[in-house]
Design a protein around this ligand. Sequence first.
Ligand SMILES: Cc1ncc(COP(=O)(O)O)c(C=O)c1O
Length: 400
Amino acid sequence: MKRDNIKTFSKKLSGKASEWDSAFSVEKADEVLAFHKSIPGYEETPLVRLDALSKELGVSSIAVKDESPRFGLNAFKGLGGSYCIAKYIAGELGADMKDVDYDLLTSPETNEKIKDLTFVTTTDGNHGRGIAWTAKMLGVRAKVFMPKVSTRERLESIRALGADAEITEYNYDDAVRYAKDYAEKNGWPLVQDTAWEGYEDIPLSIMQGYMTMIREAVSQLDAPPTHVFLQAGVGAMSGAITGFLANYYGNEKPVITIVEPDKADCIYQTALADDGKLHFVTGDMDTIMAGLSCGEPCTIGWSLLDAHAEHFVSMPDNIAAKGMRVLASPLPGDTKIVSGESGAAPFGFVCEILENPDMKDIKETIGLGPDSRILCISTEGDTDKASYRRIVWDGEYPSV
Ligand SMILES: Cc1ncc(COP(=O)(O)O)c(C=O)c1O
């Protein structure tokens, strides 16, 4: 990979908190985890230590949290969908989230009150599956819209969970606006995994739901990470993880790096402009990292990233493809991870900057060296199996 193909922006943290910090406290994460644990089939996802690779690449450790087994959905997104729908229903029942669990949500009395609900959303695939799965579990309906670049495989995987799903002619952000209008016209709740001014309650609970993966990870790690690498679409997931890490580790917070596809780098553009405004990317945003193909940052996510993330990266698809291949063919002694395009993006970036001498300046700026303990989250498995094979088996998207 040529150095020019990767753009980075780094900043010194101002030390100013985010107004959303308190919503991502350790106490809140424990409450969210307790809710998820009440769902049948809940299991902690594995934290995989790649010891041979960390030795090879000259760092102390590399750990990858593998979210592919999460609730049988092949991605982390069910965490947010289930928590936000539970919280919405808690509101309908007048119950406190601390008292809400799977048994309450699926009781005949609750079902009688909620059975006519339809939850509306837009998705590139993973969030929609999380919503469809939760709706099915609770005996309510889901209406799911998808951007025009969505694959048939992703559409069918949502329909298989019983949702009414369709591919629209819009890009992701326009499809969100379409879903919003549709929900309003029908008087149904919009459960969108991104926030904008005036629409923050539901995305906030989705983001809080994501904390379960990092709450588990910090307990699974042998030692606190020095560097965490996260992928961003709208920045809700990375914002939630970052907010939690800032609360959990305080002054010892790891250095946080956010990676995005160069065709949909709205978080990078917003960081770079540094003018207090959100910066959008428009057009088809045609990237293999389908989950990250979003052009409009989430307000809550950006606020947390602005306060606590140091480095921002805009990079080509080939880096994610490399991450998928390295995870699929580990060094002897290391465990294989099946990771999809969006899942492997930060890990691919880590491999590239540690391995490629042309990237030395990035490695130095981020401060990686023999004492570094790296954490990445593989947020999805092979959610597009045909694409996974083309990349991992046939070498599609080679290094350029
Ligand atoms: C697999 C995967 N990883 C990461 C993300 C990024 O999440 P966010 O859009 O909150 O930045 C998504 C979003 O859909 C995703 O599907």
